[in-house]
Write a protein that binds this ligand. Structure first.
Ligand code: NAG
Ligand code: NAG
Ligand code: NAG
Ligand code: NAG
Ligand code: NAG
Ligand code: NAG
Length: 419
């Protein structure tokens, strides 16, 4: 019971910590002493006193008595800072971290027919996605073999997507060659698939079981509501870290990282004139998915209680250590010193803001500087369009709109509401 109250309170308080409109609507609906995350860290006795005004219903009792193993899902959108955020879990020696395993599902289906490919924007693959997540969370990596191409032989594969992003898959016992490189501290995407030879998925499953917790990062689940069945699954103790970022920054980052796909946008950015064939659908869907997730969370459904934490990437970039501590507090886990070391090594760079764009999947250059560099890189025309397309997202998450180029480029003024 103590545990469940704690998580319930963290849900309320942590939400209050990051949501701007949310904070206002919740303030209206909650008694004063439920507010502010600093109030959530008292002794258990204190938490008990707060319980009834915060919530009418506690978490179901069995939640606090299930296995101590946590199943962490980092739910994000493409180019929202999820690689960086994922490192907060990947660096923890007790966590088995996998970077976007759902890629394989999408690949397997995308190749089969163009009609399915079109269906990908809808929810055709959600069932397969959820099945795979459940199997990975329970350390059964053999389920992946249905999707990896070419098909693994003898449970061996050389095609595991972004294997190098997973500490556990690049170190002993999974990779005997990995010990020295990984000691160096910096994750390097390239050496692992080269040096470690084929990945033995049986061995990887065992390595997963040997670690205390599992964390998976994905950008392929559209919204929090799609996770309900996993959240309610008695085999899991799901914790959702919902990473969000300013949609203007997301768009700017996508334009740089996926230059072919965003050709029309880049022409628009360069000329100041909107090409007729520019696709506004993708960023609109991104914003709609964020809105839906946040609105689901604000309704505080029973199945999400104690299981959801929203994190604004800008807050993480501004204060990585503080935010990381908050995330680990929410998870109920100790933050290993290696997580802190990684943060220290990767958030203080003298590189100029522009450097983010040089590295498609760089995590090391994401820092205080680069979180806001989009403001110098995105034409005002485009900014204004995104503001119109995503206006509810901005107010929900607490990002300020700009009304002029001067306002956009003047970095003295933060566009992130402090909450
Ligand atoms: C996808 O299909 C193409 C052509 O049919 C084939 O050459 C390619 O190997 C396939 N890729 C995968 C990952 O199955
Ligand atoms: C993969 O690892 C398992 C467990 O250690 C082992 O039994 C099996 O022989 C390995 N497979 C190959 C092909 O090396
Ligand atoms: C960041 O690095 C610079 C130069 O290496 C150093 O002078 C500074 O103290 C560092 N700042 C922090 C917060 O570690
Ligand atoms: C937009 O154009 C400016 C120059 O006008 C350029 O510096 C910037 O890199 C471009 N941004 C993107 C995201 O392509
Ligand atoms: C967003 O813009 C639309 C159209 O301009 C408007 O109808 C709607 O009220 C706006 N929503 C918010 C939250 O500002
Ligand atoms: C930027 O904004 C600040 C604060 O509003 C203001 O004092 C300053 O003059 C502005 N700078 C420019 C170059 O407009």
């Amino acid at each position: 019971m103590e545990c469940s109250w704690k998580t319930v309170l963290l849900l309320v308080c942590a939400s209050l910590g990051v949501q701007y409109t949310a904070i206002r609507s919740l303030r209206d609906s909650l008694p004063e002493h439920c507010q502010g995350s600093h109030r959530c860290q008292g002794s258990q006795g204190k938490e008990y006193r707060w319980k009834s005004p915060c919530y009418d219903n506690p978490l179901p009792a069995e939640t606090s008595t299930t296995t101590a193993r946590k199943h962490i899902l980092l739910l994000a959108q493409t180019r929202s800072g999820s690689s960086f955020t994922g490192q907060l879990f990947n660096q923890h020696p007790g966590i088995f971290y996998v970077f976007e395993p759902l890629y394989h599902v999408q690949q397997a289906f995308t190749n089969s027919s163009s009609r399915l490919r079109r269906a990908l924007d809808s929810r055709a693959l959600l069932g397969a996605y959820r099945d795979l997540l459940l199997n990975l969370f329970t350390c059964d990596l053999s389920f992946l073999e249905n999707y990896i191409r070419p098909e693994p032989q003898d449970h061996l594969t050389g095609s595991f997507f972004r294997r190098g992003s997973s500490h556990a898959l690049c170190t002993p016992p999974v990779c005997q060659e990995g010990s020295e490189e990984i000691q160096g501290g910096q994750p390097d995407e390239t050496w692992c698939p080269k040096k470690c030879r084929a990945l033995n998925l049986t061995l990887a499953s065992l390595a997963c079981q040997a670690r205390s917790h599992v964390a998976i990062k994905t950008v392929r689940i559209p919204e929090v509501g799609d996770l309900r069945t996993l959240s309610e699954d008695p085999r899991l103790d799901l914790r959702i870290i919902h990473l969000v970022r300013d949609p203007r920054a997301i768009l700017a980052s996508r334009m740089m990282a996926f230059s072919d796909q965003f050709r029309a946008w880049r022409i628009w950015n360069a000329t100041g004139r909107q090409p007729r064939y520019v696709d506004l659908g993708q960023i609109t869907r991104t914003c709609r998915d964020i809105d839906n997730s946040v609105e689901t969370a604000l309704q505080r459904p029973t199945w999400l209680r104690g299981r959801y934490l929203m994190v604004r990437y800008e807050d993480l970039a501004q204060n990585p250590e503080g935010k990381a501590r908050e995330i680990y507090r929410f998870l109920g886990l100790d933050m290993d010193s290696r997580v802190l070391t990684w943060i220290t090594q990767n958030t203080n760079t003298s590189a100029p803001p522009a450097s983010e764009w040089n590295y498609k999947y760089s995590t090391t250059r994401d820092s205080r500087n680069t979180a806001h560099s989009w403001r110098l890189r995105l034409g005002f025309n485009i900014v204004r369009t995104v503001q119109a397309l995503c206006n509810s997202t901005f107010s929900l998450l607490g990002y300020k709109l700009v009304n002029s180029v001067a306002e956009l480029r003047n970095m003295t003024n933060s566009l992130v509401e402090i909450v």
